[in-house]
Design a protein around this ligand. Structure first.
Ligand code: ADP
Ligand code: GLC
Length: 489
């Protein structure tokens, strides 16, 4: 066999940027598949054709032979079609699973009684698509709980199809906090027949089925999105009940840090920011700051440090700490704050009240806004991510590229992508605190604000961050290497 032949990969995902995104899963599915495609591999991406799919500039076509198909999911006779669209910039074709009965909903995810069906269909359709295209994948690459049944399906329902004889499954865990746990009453919808004994029987006895756990048990290879998170989830503090299963499979668990899609996130070429700049000429960054302050109606004092936050507003991200630390810090120190996000009501309420009390220094933009996310990355001086846990985190890497110094908790991918500053040597890229407590965060924020005043060191730290290499070229190769090892090619 040719040592370096191109790989055939079927990648099934619930999110793909910019078509359907709630978080970093979308960025990573898009950037990794684009990297693989450009590197010459044959990647077939399958994702749901959500009603909310961003269709602008997308020419969607029916795929011949993949229209008006039917599949039995438990007692349900589900009709679906597969369409395709080519992403203009990369030339990558993605396949869209059209099933209005399941995907015509307001958001990407629902809390409805048929949520499991939406992702069982995605997982099954990945196989059905390969069969109808006579595409024999080396790798079925699934992501998070949504497609985590694929490894078991490969070993059961589709095991007898010679097309998949050499196929290996890889499950990438982006966030172990979301496991896809359903009541055992959905058992019939998995169509496993007598294979259902392969599901975790203690769970069934307790009346539940855990999709992510099933993937962890049966994938040929497990990856997660940073080396530190790969270690952390094997312990009880971060494993969210799955640590024992991960320890049992530690020999096939690999941590690969995500990369940054430099077509999307690059201050030299970014079309969403008003002034471009680079590590060599940073002058445009000052103008971005002025533009951001004006856009958000914040007092325009460009010499005052501006701290940015762009985030899903969920407890994972450390907002309970901020609730205690920020009001006091705002009273004591001179800085302003730009927050973009939406999520849990009590966190939204916190930022709304903070804004009410200091309208000229705090702006909370409630919602999702990609353009503003870019402007906050470019216009802020510091970027705050005090996460309780963070599998990888992308914003801190975007911040580094944009010359915005990250202030992060030392966990998961934050620990792997931000280097502590050594004032004597002038090395390091950001501020890290270890203990998840108010003292830790207060120390980190004071240190960051002091650093901003120390201009010679500040400039070095900014420059160090901007010249880091987080390219997918580097990270994507690691996926290719493990895919090759696994498929024996
Ligand atoms: P997570 O996937 O846990 O949300 P990441 O840091 O990996 O965290 O990725 C978050 C992604 O979502 C980034 O691309 C970030 O810019 C984007 N994002 C999050 N919230 C918003 C928002 N309110 N508006 C625009 N982009 C957002
Ligand atoms: C998850 C994680 C985040 C990671 C992203 C992409 O949503 O919370 O840390 O960067 O997936 O892998």
């Amino acid at each position: 066999m040719n040592e370096n032949r191109n790989l055939r990969i079927c990648l099934a995902t619930a999110e793909f940027a910019p078509l359907a995104k709630t978080g970093g899963l979308a960025d990573v599915s898009a950037a990794l598949s684009t990297y693989l495609h450009k590197a010459g591999h044959d990647v077939r991406v399958l994702m749901p054709y959500y009603a909310s799919l961003k269709r602008e500039h997308l020419l969607i076509e029916n795929v011949e032979g993949l229209q008006n198909l039917r599949i039995n999911i438990g007692p349900w006779d589900v009709e679906y079609s597969i369409d395709k669209a080519t992403i203009e910039r990369s030339g990558l074709t993605i396949y869209l699973l059209r099933c209005p009965a399941l995907y015509d909903r307001a958001g990407l995810y629902t809390s409805g009684g048929d949520e499991h069906l939406r992702f069982i269909l995605l997982s099954r359709a990945a196989f059905e698509m390969c069969q109808r295209m006579q595409f024999a994948p080396d790798i079925m690459h699934c992501h998070d709980w949504h497609t985590a049944l694929i490894p078991l399906y490969l070993r059961t329902l589709y095991a007898r199809d010679a097309l998949f004889a050499r196929t290996r499954s890889v499950l990438t865990i982006h966030n172990i906090g979301y496991q896809g746990v359903f009541g055992a009453d959905i058992l019939a919808d998995l169509n496993l027949g007598h294979f259902q004994e392969q599901l975790h029987q203690d769970d069934i006895a307790k009346g539940r089925i855990n999709f992510l756990k099933t993937g962890i048990l049966y994938a040929d290879l497990l990856t997660t999105v940073s080396p530190t998170y790969a270690r952390e989830i094997q312990g009880s503090e971060y494993g969210m009940g799955l640590d024992g299963f991960l320890r049992a499979r530690a020999d096939v668990l690999v941590g690969i840090l995500n990369g940054v899609d430099s077509d999307e996130w690059n201050p030299e070429t970014d079309t969403l920011i008003p002034h471009n700049y680079s590590a060599e000429d940073k002058s445009g960054k000052e103008n971005c700051k002025a533009a951001l302050l004006a856009e958000l109606g914040l007092r325009n004092r460009t010499h005052q440090p501006l701290i940015g936050i762009v985030s899903r507003l969920v407890s994972q991200k450390g907002f309970d700490l901020l609730e205690h630390v920020l009001p006091q810090l705002l009273a004591r120190r001179d800085f302003s704050l730009a927050v973009l996000g939406s999520g849990e009501p009590h966190i939204e309420w916190f930022f709304e009240s903070l804004q009410r009390h200091a309208r000229d220094r705090v702006c909370f933009y409630h919602g999702y806004n990609n353009k503003l996310a870019h402007l906050i990355e470019a216009g802020s001086d510091l970027f705050l991510m005090p996460s309780r846990y963070e599998p990888c985190g992308l914003n801190q890497m975007y911040s580094l590229k944009y010359g915005t110094v990250p202030v992060v908790r030392e966990t998961g991918g934050l620990a792997d992508s931000v280097q502590a500053i050594s004032p004597d040597k002038g090395t390091g890229t950001g501020i890290l605190f270890r203990d998840y407590d108010e003292a830790g965060l207060t120390w980190a924020m004071n240190t960051a604000l002091d650093l901003f005043e120390n201009k010679p060191l500040w400039k070095k730290v900014v420059h160090n961050g901007m010249t880091q290499d987080f390219s997918w070229q580097k990270q994507g190769e690691q996926y290719v290497n493990i895919f090759r090892q696994l498929s024996g090619s």
